[in-house]
Design a protein around this ligand. Sequence first.
Ligand SMILES: [Zn+2]
Length: 428
Amino acid sequence: MPFILRSRRVLTPEGVRPAAVHIASGRISRVAPWDDAAGGEPVVDAGDSLVMPGLVDSHVHVNEPGRTEWEGFATATKAAAAGGITTICDMPLNSIPPTTTAKALALKRAAAASGAVVNVEFIGGVVPGNTAELVGLRDAGVKAFKCFLSPSGVPEFPSVGEADLRDAFPVLARLGLPLMVHAEDPAELLPGGSTSRYGDYLASRPVAAERAAIAQLVRLLEWCPTPVHVVHLSSATSLEIVRAARARGLPLTVETCPHYLTFAAEEIPDGATEYKCAPPIRGGAERDGLWRALLAGEIDLVASDHSPCPSAMKATEGDFFSAWGGIASLQLSLAAVWTGARARGALPERVADWMSDGPARLIRAEGRKAALAEGFDADIVVWDPEASFRVDPAALLHRHKVTPYAGRELYGVVKATYVGGKVAFGRI
Ligand SMILES: [Zn+2]
């Protein structure tokens, strides 16, 4: 049913202005002046709320099928919609089977088909010995590939070494799809043990591991250029290598995550395993460096790396090494990033650059997603950047509610989310 969504603040490709977004058949048919309701369609008036392209989260672990008790498409996508996210990209691991063959992708698609309330795209896996599967995965519609340079945390998704990458790179270059890389060099990681001290965990995964891994990727790119995307960058100091590689024209992009932009190692209490992720949350200086780089346009996008697990796997009597590494933040990532951006004097439209436009470009959806313009999908978030809320874990729609954001005051309240012109969350 066609309708008009209007507000005094609509983020259009020309900037924020009063406008009426005309929606029909799941798409935007035109963006008209605010009082243009010619045609007589029903008008939904969002007042002064910001109407913006829905967010695209290019890094989400849904875990279904196989580990649906950790999360699932129904719960993950409900949380996404509540957080203003209209498209998620599901990572190839933590589900069983992992998405390393076209056959496994078909199982994923079937799982997502029943129960997802936002768009779901898929990332294929690159693991030792599966180079022959990559063409089939591309043909079946994956938007990118993902690999780990250090152990992934699950046995069925092994990490790759130099020889595996030398096998895969020429194939990826032909396919033209980006390779997303978990960039930590296993040779630089220190052995674990048992500790409730956050500092011990942090020291076991030093910045040197991230730097060495990125340097290895740059060497491979010089040998065979193909789009490579470093996921969840945790240290601003590693950006030096990225900058130099880009200056030489190498196709290297990079993302960071809400938790690296929000928290700082020195503020993490001992035993607080809800903060555990890999690479780890580093000190305040690195956090501030990531912000400077993000504001300067040196980081391409922000993705959640939503990586949930059952609460018991996080509650390990405070032992950082045996706790699952991952932070579930689909529902909070818009507010977390906006809160930090706002404190640094940025405008909300920058959030759209980092969390909608940037990820849409990565998955080559920029002509269809991430803009409120004629012909684009009607994937829209309506939110109030000036309103704040205190994070109550009980209000999270993720399957498991453990969160380091508990009790935190965040700016940015999502009022409604539309996916293909249909309400996926909230009401106006
Ligand atoms: Zn991840």
